[in-house]
Design a protein around this ligand. Structure first.
Ligand code: ATP
Ligand code: MG
Length: 646
């Protein structure tokens, strides 16, 4: 066991803090609009009040006292109920008492708001004037300090369906940094910027954000134009942490510049990773696949390489049929069931004739075994007969145009597999070959097939590895309980648009329950749409990546992410002043001046493209799900470069 480096320990500590301290941000208070008692209003109210007082003196003293109280209470309510209700109403709705509700209310107003209810409460108990005066003084004087003490506090509630304060935490003790602890991925530290914009799912500034396995298994998509920090501010952290947990998985080194980073991350976490590629571990891409499944994977590969769109859809279906039948023949030949074998079968007539001769002998053999009552042999004989019939009767009947269309489709994907380097790495059966199913035992494979060197073949390799990984993961559902079934698995792919296909949505739809954490990055939404060539399918695929970390990107990507958060209700303050002059015969200079200040709630888009453009280099917008609850914010995401992993 190696000693964890400071970086690994730092991430462990941050992860722990994220479990303990995730707090929603406080949304800003209502802007202070001073409450003014209008003199014009008093001019009517005061004479009425004094008139009533006068009446009270004239009538019986007791009745007069009652009248004074009730009129006084009504007046106080008339004048003062608005700030009081603004203060108290949020508490009735389960929120905090409004902190700024009494801003601008004069001291005498505060006195009255406090005095009236206490006096009214005391009145039924005693009609003694001194007692009532005492109650008025206590209520009046005590009200302002009471408001100060209670401002911003909420009445305790038995259970909040969507906690405004803290999310339940699974770890409260100080952690041991010597072990990785329970699985979790620290994403960054909240800046509180979205809460400040009145986003109720915003976070409190300084909160560390950690995704537990059930949240991380909802997958993470990273967006950002080149150089914004996708790799060094997000992917590298997540990779180090995933390796720290000794999870299994696949890392697709699509750009060809990630193997060193992966190797160093493995070293500092004490994990061993396996590299698949030329001069590295080999992998016979077809090994263990039935001709049917292999033809399905090839169909996805043809599509990934741009075949099957528009007119070429016809060639694609013929090419898939051809490859499936060819593979059904090749599976009976020694060392020929590989992409290279397939290529030779289609393009090398001599090889095909030999293969068909061997297949004929095999068929005779199978038919004998079938006659002896072997069910499996009978089935296999039928499959082989169909494949050979296709090859011997249907395929020769293709017109020259059809044949060249089919061949062109197959050639785009397979031409390079005749290259000896690729043949050794991906078309050869060897005992030391990688077995993708080992990810269930905790093996991490890094697939290194540089695209600039191997072109279309690189895409085919990545696609096959991806599909084989999906297969291995899907087989988990049938496994008995144990680490092979429950170990978290990593699917990490920078430039995911290079290997994605619409069918991946099906896998990611169910992979959550199988403990897979998929982390993918691309520069923009358009990259996915053009790769899949179907906007709806691309969006459906991306919908499986619930957690999003985004840097500055294209207008459309920023709009897409802004649209996920949607609108917020914000306080908008408006000011107006005006002057009107209505000269009359007697008062030619008479003029009135009006002044207004109001605050109202309005809906507006929380994030705009401008928000992304204004992000500091070490900040990213994050839309996350923690414990099933949405938390969004601009996060501080520190940089970890390959050099930092030395
Ligand atoms: N080892 C390093 N030392 C210093 N700066 C670095 C190092 N590696 C990357 N950077 C800088 O950090 C910034 C973010 O780089 P990063 O590779 O994370 O971007 P990215 O979003 O992954 O870009 P790309 O799409 O090109 O992969 C870039 O400006 C880059 O120049
Ligand atoms: Mg990058």
């Amino acid at each position: 066991m190696t000693t964890p480096s400071d970086l690994v320990r730092g991430l462990r500590y941050r992860r722990f803090l994220g479990r303990r301290h995730l707090v929603r941000g406080r949304i800003p208070e209502r802007p202070t609009v001073p409450y003014k008692i209008q003199p014009g209003c008093l001019a009517v109210i005061l004479p009425a009040f004094f008139l009533l007082m006068l009446l009270g003196v004239l009538i019986l003293v007791g009745i007069a006292v009652q009248l004074v109280f009730y009129v006084g209470a009504s007046l106080a309510a008339l004048l003062l109920v608005q700030p009081f209700s603004r203060w108290a109403m949020p508490a009735l709705r389960g929120r905090e008492l409004h902190a700024n509700a009494f801003a601008g209310v004069p001291r005498i107003g505060m006195f009255a708001i406090g005095a009236v209810p206490t006096t009214a409460l005391a009145y039924p108990l005693s009609h003694n004037l001194a007692t009532l005066a005492g109650a008025a003084v206590i209520g009046g004087v005590g009200f302002a300090p009471l408001v100060n003490a209670l401002d911003g506090k909420a009445f305790p509630k038995p259970k909040l369906p969507l906690g405004r304060r803290a999310v339940a935490t699974s770890q409260t003790m100080e952690p041991s940094l010597e072990t990785p602890g329970e699985f979790g991925l620290w994403i960054g530290e909240a800046t509180g910027q979205l809460a400040a914009l009145e986003h109720t799912a915003g976070l409190q500034r300084g909160s560390d954000v950690t995704l537990e396995l059930r949240d991380a298994a909802k997958n993470i998509a990273i967006y950002g134009e080149t150089g914004t920090g996708k790799t060094t501010r997000v992917i590298n952290h997540l990779l180090i942490q995933a390796l720290d947990f000794q999870c299994g998985g696949v890392i697709f080194n699509v750009r060809g510049d990630f193997h060193e980073t992966a190797e160093r991350a493995a070293r500092i976490t004490g994990k061993t990773i396996q590299h698949i590629g030329v001069d590295q571990l080999g992998l016979n891409l077809l090994e263990g696949l039935t001709p049917n499944t292999a033809a399905g994977f090839l169909e996805a590969a043809f599509k990934l390489l741009g075949q099957g769109q528009g007119d070429s859809a016809f060639w694609l279906s013929l090419a898939v049929a051809r490859t499936q039948h060819a593979l059904s023949v090749l599976v009976h030949l020694p060392n020929a069931y590989s992409l290279k074998g397939l290529y030779r079968y289609v393009f090398d007539t001599r090889f095909r004739t030999q293969a068909l001769d061997v297949a004929r002998d095999t068929l005779a053999d199978l038919q004998v075994r079938a006659a002896d009552g072997e069910r499996e042999a009978a089935l296999e004989a039928r499959r082989l007969t169909t494949a050979m019939d296709y090859e011997e009767t249907i395929a020769p009947g293709y017109s020259e145009k059809e044949r060249s269309g089919v061949n062109r489709t197959i050639e785009t994907a397979l031409a390079r597999f005749a290259d000896p380097e690729l043949e050794d790495a991906f078309c050869t059966q060897a005992p030391g070959n990688a077995n993708l199913a080992d990810v269930l035992d905790g093996t991490v494979f890094v697939v290194n097939v540089p695209r600039e060197r191997f072109k279309a073949a690189a895409s085919v390799v990545y696609l096959f590895v991806k599909e084989r990984f999906f297969q291995a993961v899907n087989s988990r559902a049938q496994l008995p309980a144990g680490p092979r079934k429950s170990r978290p698995l990593l699917f990490l792919c920078d430039e995911y648009q290079q290997i994605c296909s619409a069918g991946d949505a099906q896998f990611f739809d169910t992979s959550r329950a199988l403990g897979v954490v998929a982390i993918v990055a691309a520069q923009s939404l358009e990259a996915y749409i053009s790769a899949i060539d179907d906007e709806h399918a691309a969006l459906a695929l991306l919908a499986n990546f619930t957690n999003v970390v985004a840097f500055r990107s294209t207008e459309r990507t920023m709009d897409y992410i802004a649209g996920k958060i949607g609108d917020v209700e914000v306080w908008k303050e408006t000011y107006n002043t005006g002057r009107s002059e209505k000269p009359t015969l007697l008062f030619p200079e008479i003029a009135s001046v009006s002044e207004g200040h109001s605050a109202s709630r309005q809906r507006e888009r929380l994030l705009t493209a401008q928000t992304f453009r204004a992000l500091a280099p070490d900040h990213a917008v994050a839309l996350l799900t923690v414990d099933g609850v949405a938390f969004d914010d601009v996060l501080w995401v520190p940089q970890i470069t390959t050099d930092d992993l030395a």
